[in-house]
Design a protein around this ligand. Sequence first.
Ligand code: HBI
Ligand code: FE
Length: 290
Amino acid sequence: MADETHVLDAPPEGAAADWTIPQGWDAYTPEEHRVWDTLYERQIRLLPGRASKAYLKGLDALRLSESGIPNFEELSERLMKLTGWQVVAVPGLVPDDVFFDHMANRRFVSGNFIRRPDQLDYLQEPDVFHDVFGHVPMLADPVFADYLEAYGRGGLRALELGALKQLARLYWYTVEFGLVEEDEGLRIYGAGIVSSSAESVFALDDPSPHRIGFDLERVMRTEYRIDDFQQNYFVVPSFDELLRVTVETDFAPLYERIVPLPPLPVAALTAEDKVLHHGTQAYARGKAGG
Ligand code: HBI
Ligand code: FE
């Protein structure tokens, strides 16, 4: 997800008009591959029993257990066969219209750089571990793959209707930090959680954050923080339901109604909320357990 300060305003040297660049897989150093392996091994110990079935199935189907930073060409070949998506390399955050256009055409943009060994726990910009390990396995799920394409098309429309902030919140509370209900309990599908060892625990186990039943309008009105654990998570009953709501909603009147309304602050609760867990809000910046 972007925080706009880093978005360049023109394709950098060597990038195509659509901002894609060669991944440069051969140029990765053994140390960079080792960073991927370190992050992968840490997450794969945590995720069974925490990540959604769809995520774990995608991780397996795309053979992301193989060592080292994946080669986007090989990864895209497998992914195309499953859901028609491919992974393309970009130099970093790209302008919203470029981002949405790729998504509307089933191209997932991924940074090709990887964080340094001293940045294992957090970095602002989405690197290849966040983008590929975090986002790509869900693209192997046909229903979620349809949702993300619909999101991309919706993004282009939201730009025209001046409702980008509302749409970015939908992305944030589903694609980045979404939870889903499964028979055994709540599970993670959001890339921002699944690629973070601390938040993979916090999001499900910590008593602090609210866990609220997903409601499209509610989510589109809710602010979010980009630099710390979430204080509220939204839970979809299924990806079918998430797709159905997104495809069936006429966004123009929805935007007309909610764009003029004040946003709902992080951690607020409303009378209409289906509160699955009323958080203690005990977590303060940097004090999370684990
Ligand atoms: N660019 N590479 C990249 N990755 C993102 O996640 C991204 C982006 N540009 C815009 C963006 N995200 C968000 O601002 C949109 O979802 C609104
Ligand atoms: Fe992301």
